[in-house]
Ligand binder design. Structure first.
Ligand SMILES: Cc1cc2nc3c(=O)[nH]c(=O)nc-3n(C[C@H](O)[C@H](O)[C@H](O)COP(=O)(O)OP(=O)(O)OC[C@H]3O[C@@H](n4cnc5c(N)ncnc54)[C@H](O)[C@@H]3O)c2cc1C
Length: 385
């Protein structure tokens, strides 16, 4: 076992860190205040190869795998967690899923643009009345011979109104539950009958757009069916086992941001004639953050290693997501305490950290759902896939 990064991984880390500091950091507070999505950041990520992890080079992949991907995402999300979605929404979601289940034509048509940043990607599973219970979705795609007609709606879709290409899961065999769902590649710019409504009421992740999608007789060409008809539930679970790595890594990175900020503040802030970092109770908080951040990072690395080695990783992905999410929320809470009143003001990033940390308890499987996955596999009730 070797805990050191390889030379290549070190280079990836340095490159992602300098990209985040140069291209994301200068806009963090401005974009946060204006709830502004800066599309050009995704373009630049594509240009640098930051959207091409574990994608074959013939479709524009960068020739590197999961471990390098999580190392890069970690550096980006440490600066602003919203930008982890660039990698999940383009690479580990649509591009990787099309690569696994798509026809050669679909791969050629969609993957290069998702990996280069020409397209913004997204994936739509959730509906107003169907969240954790994915199989209860109602959005329907009726088979009309040479095309499908899609009707219904999706809710809370990251990048829903800013994306060019999205995977949309819909019912193709009503009443069959998980066995009646299919996955479709939707070209949002060229499909009439889709209304995309931005959601402005989010608690955090303000520069990362979220949307409601309404489908009204939207025509989806037959060749846009991804994988087998009625095979969408399996594809969805396969995809989530990949995109959840974006949440796990993003949460671990956020806990690291809270720790780094808190260390700096604890060393600068003087009370009772000394830096507050000298007080044992502050040290207790720093130690808790450090332990949890380190554990979260290595859970992420372990899941990435399993994926790189094509080994079952569902339980480890859920453990990484669940633990890192708890670490991020705890670290954000502690950071706000360590910063005192300044933590409660918008002058410092603590409020943003706390708002952004809370997302991880819900999206891509709530903490309850990941607890169930971890326990279910551990108890032998389901296999680790
Ligand atoms: C910022 C943001 C971005 C998102 N992006 C996307 C996206 O890009 N694409 C997409 O498809 N979706 C997206 N989502 C939706 C997200 O994945 C869902 O919100 C999530 O799956 C939970 O569904 P729900 O909100 O309907 O909660 P519910 O499923 O209604 O759960 C409510 C509560 O009940 C608990 N619960 C439910 N079932 C059980 C059970 N069996 N046992 C124990 N407890 C249970 C849950 O843990 C939770 O505490 C996003 C959400 C947010 C907030």
């Amino acid at each position: 076992m070797n805990f050191a990064l390889t030379e290549e991984q070190q280079m990836v880390q340095d490159m992602a860190k300098s990209f985040a500091e140069k291209e994301i950091a200068p806009y963090v507070e401005e974009d946060e205040e204006n709830h502004y999505y800066r599309r050009e950041i995704l373009t630049k990520m594509g240009e640098l190869g930051l959207l091409g992890w574990s994608i074959p080079e013939e479709y524009g992949g960068n020739g590197m795998g999961w471990m390098e991907g999580v190392i890069a995402l970690y550096e980006i999300a440490k600066v602003h967690t919203s930008w982890r979605l660039g990698i999940s929404g383009n690479c580990w979601g649509p591009a990787m899923t099309i690569n696994e289940y798509g026809t050669p034509e679909q791969k050629e048509k969609y993957i290069p643009g998702l990996v280069s940043g020409e397209y913004v990607g997204s994936f739509a599973i959730t509906e107003a009345n169907s969240g954790s219970d994915v199989a209860s979705m109602k959005c329907i795609a009726e088979d009309k011979g040479d095309h499908f007609v899609m009707n219904g709606s999706k809710m809370w879709i990251s990048g829903g109104h800013t994306s060019d290409i999205g995977l949309v899961y819909a019912v193709t065999n009503p009443g069959a539950g998980a066995k009646g769902i299919s996955c479709f590649i939707v070209d949002y710019n060229n499909t009439p009958g889709i209304e995309r409504i931005p959601i402005h009421t989010k608690f955090g992740m303000w520069p990362a757009p979220t949307s409601e999608l309404v489908f009204e007789n939207a025509i989806i060409p037959k060749e846009n069916l991804l994988g087998p008809l009625n095979g969408g539930f399996k594809i969805c679970m396969w995809m989530l086992n990949n995109t959840r790595m974006g949440c796990a890594t993003g949460a671990a990175a956020l806990s690291a941001a809270c720790l780094e900020g808190s260390i700096q503040y604890a060393n600068e802030r003087i009370q009772f004639g000394q830096p507050i970092g000298k007080f044992q109770m502050i040290q207790q908080q720093i130690a808790e953050m450090k332990l949890e951040d380190e554990a979260a990072k290595y859970l992420v690395y372990k899941a990435a290693w399993l994926k790189d080695n094509k080994l079952p990783s569902q339980q480890e992905t859920s453990m990484a997501k669940l633990y890192a999410c708890n670490a991020a929320v705890h670290a954000a809470n502690l950071a706000m305490k360590i910063y005192g009143s300044y933590g409660y003001s918008t002058e410092y990033p603590c409020a943003r950290w706390l708002r952004d940390a809370k997302q991880f308890e819900t999206l891509e499987g709530t903490s309850n759902i990941h607890t169930m996955i971890v326990a279910g596999i551990e108890l032998g009730y389901q296999p680790n896939r």
